[in-house]
Design a protein around this ligand. Structure first.
Ligand SMILES: Cc1ncc(COP(=O)(O)O)c(C=O)c1O
Length: 434
């Protein structure tokens, strides 16, 4: 029997649904993962690397976020969620890169820079600020970093690498928004546009890198370094829950809603959260109805790649960061049994929640960044039922949006207004009209 027989009814018709992962093993953690991939000490080491390199980041991004807590954890005032205990992890507001992808992209660039500098005897591990020296800059200038992206990873890699002196080439899919291409050009990144999807953009960048010995490829589909960069967010959550006196245990489980594109960002964060909270955290990946690539990959198993086109879906969505047809096999393999399930959401619902969260909580989200709210509103009850119905604590990860230009932002709000046949009034209207 093919994997298609395991796909939920309605998936191919683009119906929003909750798919509990039949292979979910709540007690699995990184300590029990496949041999040779990552282990608990890799997570601790990654956290240590972030903290050690904080002085460099403070210079590169003088107005950036604190490194020990890159984004805030805030209570949500919006009344649309059954009165549950609801928090948002505000990665849309990460001030250096404006999205969750910075956690991986910035980290991998720093790791590369450190490795290159150390290999030339600059010994920057003891003195990380040496990464900003003239000598290091000259060295980095002889190297090029390539990456495939729908936009936010490319920006995170591009802006960090350019500040260190690397040449950067970003291969972008047809879904990438023009403003995301323009902001890359403004920081001196070479943008290669593809008329095809994200997987093709990634393959093209990989091929170009393989032909140039001075280049380095940031592989969004296969990079353990990216996963480790994302995983450190779990340390922040631990600390932030402690500050709120919230204890996660059998009586009070934690549900975390994570928008998913290729799966790296939510996958890395899942590995980190499972390390701390084990069976008491349930990570729900959220995908657009047209692009449920992780759902179909988990249904098929990690031994062969599958894409959403084979399920009759278009991969056409307003959520550009989530417009991915084929998920990361690496994430499916090493985090698959730790993912509680996948919820899918429509474009209209994502835009609706962009508008609602703006009105209720003054959050400026892009549609990808609002996907978790759409999933919680539509599937939250069923998801809790899949886990003994305990109310617990819910965190929605808001993954991008703060850097959305005003015109783009207004267009998303206007689309939501027209679909809902409402008009923004008062403060919310004034603030977008200025
Ligand atoms: C805003 C936003 N949210 C979520 C994601 C999903 O991350 P990943 O592709 O690693 O699953 C992306 C990816 O680019 C994104 O841009």
């Amino acid at each position: 029997m093919g994997y298609q027989s395991f796909l939920p009814v309605g998936l191919s018709q683009g119906a929003p649904l909750w798919w509990p992962n039949p292979n979910y093993r709540p007690s699995d953690t990184i300590a029990k993962g496949p041999a040779g991939a990552l282990n608990a000490s890799s997570l601790l080491e990654a956290r240590g690397n972030w903290l050690r390199l904080a002085p460099v980041l403070n210079v590169i991004f003088p107005d950036g976020s604190d490194i020990d807590t890159q984004s805030s954890l805030v209570e949500i005032a919006n009344p649309g969620f059954d009165g549950i205990s609801l928090l948002a992890k505000c990665d849309h507001d990460i001030r250096s890169t404006g999205s969750i992808k910075g956690r991986g992209g910035v980290y991998e660039v720093l790791m590369l820079a450190e490795m290159l500098a150390n290999s030339q005897g600059l010994n920057v591990s003891a003195n990380p600020i040496g990464l900003l020296s003239q000598e290091a800059g000259d060295l980095f200038g002889r190297h090029k970093i390539l990456v495939g992206s729908t936009g936010n990873l490319g920006f995170s890699v591009g802006v960090t690498a350019r500040k260190l002196g690397f040449a950067v080439e970003v291969h972008m899919s047809r879904d990438a928004k023009s403003w995301k291409k323009e902001r890359l050009c403004q920081v001196g990144v070479a943008v290669v546009e593809h008329g095809d999807d994200y997987s093709v953009a990634v393959s093209s960048a990989r091929r170009a890198a393989s032909e140039d010995p001075s280049s380095y490829f940031v592989d969004d589909e296969h990079s353990l370094t990216l996963l480790l960069g994302y995983s450190s967010a779990a340390f922040e959550i631990c600390e932030q829950l402690k500050q709120r006196d919230i204890v996660i245990n059998e009586q009070n489980p934690l549900y975390v809603y994570l928008p998913c594109g290729v799966g790296g960002a939510p996958g890395g964060i899942t590995l980190g959260l499972k390390y701390f909270f084990g069976p008491h955290v349930h990570c729900i990946f959220v995908e657009p109805v047209a692009s449920p690539c992780m759902l179909v990959q988990l249904a098929a198993g990690p031994s062969r790649p599958v894409d959403v086109y084979a399920c009759g879906l278009s991969n056409d969505t307003i959520a550009d960061g989530l417009a991915v047809a084929r998920a990361s096999l690496l994430v499916a393999e090493i985090a698959g049994s730790q993912i509680a399930g996948v919820a899918t959401v429509s474009d209209d619902d994502m835009t609706r929640w962009v508008l609602d969260l703006w009105i209720s909580d003054s959050m400026r989200l892009e549609p990808s960044g609002a996907a978790g709210f759409a999933a919680l509103a539509q599937h939250g009850r069923d998801i809790r039922k899949s886990h003994c119905g305990k109310e617990g604590t819910t965190i929605v990860w808001t993954t991008g949006g703060a850097f959305l230009p005003d015109a783009e932002w207004k267009a998303v709000l206007e689309r939501a207004e027209s679909r809902r046949k409402v008009r923004l009034t008062g403060r919310a209207r004034c603030e977008i009209d200025v």
